[in-house]
Structure formats: structure tokens, C-alpha cells
Write a protein of this length. Sequence first.
Length: 119
Amino acid sequence: QVQLVESGGGLVQPGGSLRLSCAASAMIFSFFDMGWYRQAPGKQRELVATIPSGGNANYVDAVKGRFTISRDNAKAMLYLQMNSLQQEDTAVYFCNANRKTSIREYEYWGQGIQVTVSS
């Protein structure tokens, strides 16, 4: 059974940094496009950044220049380095794995991890 497990969240002051990690298991990690999403209280889940199985990373405008997504296929790990954190970054962050074939789409989610930016 595919599992995505996030870690590294917590409470940080504005301007601080956090590094999220997502450990994947029971899947061929390199086959999947990976991404980070977040959901703030009272808001819909939104895309933060994606990194394809082979290709360049993409970011939403709100995090460009502050967040960096990366992956280690050998370790089946996904990361999100978050710098210059702002209160608006407060949310539950989710790891996502997606793969589309000619037959079906495979999509998996982690359980989410809280990131709180507050003084």
C-alpha cells in the first residue's frame, strides 16, 4: 500500500525557515510527478509547487523565490525548503504523488503536516 509521510512542520516566527520532508513507500517513486499542496483554515487546498519525474520545478507566484522543491529518487524522498516564511504561509501542507498513464491516473496524498508562522 502506497504511503506518503510528511515531517518537518511546526511553529516558526515570521522570516524564519522550515524544511518539509515526504517519505514515499510501496511505489516506484521516480515514475511519479510529485508536489506540495497546502490548506489554510477555511480555505480550499491549493497547489504550492510541483516537480515532475523528469523536468523543472514549478511554483505558485506566492512562494516563488522563497520556497524550493526538490526530490531524491534514490531515497524516495520529496522536500520543500521554505524560507522567509510569512503568516500567510500558515496551513496544513500535503505531499502529493501523481502519475497518468493511457489507462488510468494514480494519485496519492499524505496525511498532512501543520506549519504555523506566528510571532
